[in-house]
Design a protein around this ligand. Structure first.
Ligand code: SF4
Length: 294
């Protein structure tokens, strides 16, 4: 079965008529290029739904909304699919106000109220904890993200959600992979689907196949009221920026490399790597049928 073709067909059905979409898209450009972009992103999301069985057993999702372009885009794409009848899951948007100085508290509640989305805004001053614990000169992001994640897990359970849904995209996944590869000495990235340690909450990343550049164009066209991510005064550190630049340079010189690298993460051959925990190298014996690696 050609899933990509089926997904494309469903997005072309009369109910998917762009003109009848929700008020969220009322001010969106009515251009061929925007409609193509929107449908490409919807296809990417639905492909991730299919490949990782993201909808299996799911009834209610908590959508992490930071106020950055990717989380706004995630919410809009999920709402779009919901309106088209292609996402039978209840959505609750959630922003964790972490107490960063000058955080504009009104922007997200105003926006969510305007587009009529169920939401919860939670205030937890993790900023003070991070400032106290992280030594001078070091970056805050690692501890800050862990504290945010812990709170979002808690809120998702309190809200009776089956999953916490996050707006990480293709570039986030590739950058994390190379950070672990170059600096961490392990092959690992951000999974598209993960069960929390307690085994009672899924973490989903439906934008796993979406290109960051597409998300940026989508956010600009949709005029999302973006909240800058540097209010805390921290940066994500030099390592991630270096990975971002390296990947962008590959893509400039050899277009299509990012998609190829993402594909590679979905075609792993343990017998051609060096991890005896993943493949039984000791069990390889000449004259016997070799154990299957995949
Ligand atoms: S940029 Fe600031 S708010 Fe974002 S993760 Fe880093 S420390 Fe936290």
């Amino acid at each position: 079965m050609n899933i990509a073709a089926n997904i494309a067909d469903e997005l072309e059905t009369p109910t998917a008529d762009d003109a009848v979409a929700h008020a969220l898209f009322a001010d969106a450009p009515n251009s061929v290029s925007f409609n193509k972009l929107r449908k490409r992103l919807l296809r990417n999301v639905r492909q991730a739904f299919d490949d990782f069985a993201m909808l299996k057993g799911q009834k209610r999702w908590l959508i992490g909304l930071s106020g950055g372009k990717d989380s706004y885009g995630l919410l809009a794409l999920l709402l779009d699919l919901q309106w088209r009848g292609l996402l039978p899951v209840e959505l609750v948007a959630c922003n964790l106000d972490q107490g960063q100085p000058n955080f504009p508290k009104h922007i997200l509640p105003d926006y969510l109220t305007k587009i009529g989305v169920k939401h919860r805004i939670e205030y937890r001053d993790t900023y003070s904890i991070v400032k106290e614990k992280v030594p001078e000169g070091a970056t805050y992001c690692s501890l800050c993200s862990r504290l945010r994640r812990g709170n979002l897990y808690r809120i998702a359970k309190e809200e009776g959600c089956d999953a916490l849904v996050l707006g990480h995209h293709r570039e986030d996944i590739l950058e994390t992979f190379f950070m672990n590869f170059f600096h961490g000495g392990r092959l690992a990235s951000m999974p598209a689907k993960l069960l929390n340690d307690e085994g009672n909450l899924m973490v989903l990343r439906p934008l796993a196949y979406c290109a960051e550049d597409d998300m940026a164009k989508f956010a600009a066209a949709m005029q999302f009221p973006i909240i800058p991510c540097d209010l805390c005064g921290s940066q994500d550190g030099l390592q991630r920026n270096a990975m971002k630049e390296m990947l962008a340079d590959f893509e400039r010189r050899m277009p299509g490399r990012k998609d190829t690298m993402l594909r590679a993460l979905a075609h792993v051959n343990p017998s051609h790597l060096l991890d005896p925990k993943l493949f039984d190298f000791a069990g390889l014996m000449a004259g016997e049928t070799a154990p299957k690696s995949e």
